[in-house]
Ligand binder design. Structure first.
Ligand code: IMP
Ligand code: MG
Length: 183
């Protein structure tokens, strides 16, 4: 397959930049969590690719769980009202939890997730987000780990979609097409 799709716009993060940064994040997590192996909680579907690369860059016996959420609102704007589509399988009590997110835009989805997971009694709770859109957060996102700070355009690739497409692009690009009204 080639990606000569006209809707795939300017590249925001190249493939090798992703690899280097994810490797570094893995090293940071490895040293920060050396004495307390973390439970990685991936937020589906967007974080699946980042989670899989990140986990392989962590030199510790990590455990995994996944959660799927859906936020009400338009395709490009979240309302902050989040619904859990798939909940975690594991108990978080006493665990050192790292939420792995694809992108933080308004920060509303993450604010909801953090509050929800914090109520389950983890020993610690931190966030590792691949992308942070600059200047758009309505609430302080308080991210322990951030891959890249990017300008506020809609992006696709490396797990991120528009209408379920482009998740398998091996780099992050601006979406240059028409955005749908709703998810
Ligand atoms: P927030 O609640 O506004 O921070 O939105 C977070 C969620 O919206 C992410 O987990 C993504 O699923 C989605 N999202 C936000 N911005 C983008 C984007 O540029 N491309 C693809 N999905 C996005
Ligand atoms: Mg999406």
């Amino acid at each position: 397959m080639t990606w000569s799709d006209p809707d795939v716009g300017r590249t925001v993060v190249e493939r090798d930049e992703l690899q280097d940064r994810v490797a570094q994040l893995g090293k940071d997590i490895t040293s920060d969590y050396a004495d307390r192996p973390p439970l990685l909680v991936g937020v589906l579907k967007g974080a699946f690719m980042f989670m899989s690369d990140l986990a392989r860059a962590i030199d510790l016996p990590v455990e995994f769980d996944f959660m799927a959420v859906s936020s009400y609102g338009s395709a490009t704007r979240t309302s902050g009202v989040v619904r859990i589509i798939k909940d975690l399988d594991l108990d978080l009590t006493g665990r050192h939890v790292v939420i792995v997110e694809d992108i933080v835009d308004s920060g509303l989805t993450l604010a909801y997730l953090r509050k929800n997971l914090a109520a389950r009694g983890p020993a610690s709770l931190e966030v590792c987000a691949l992308l942070l859109k600059e200047g758009l957060q309505k609430v302080d996102p308080d991210l322990r780990y951030v891959g890249f700070r990017i300008p506020p355009a809609f992006v696709v690739g490396y797990g991120l979609d528009v209408g379920e497409r482009y998740r398998n692009l091996p780099f992050i690009a601006e979406y240059a097409g028409q955005l749908p009204e709703r998810h």
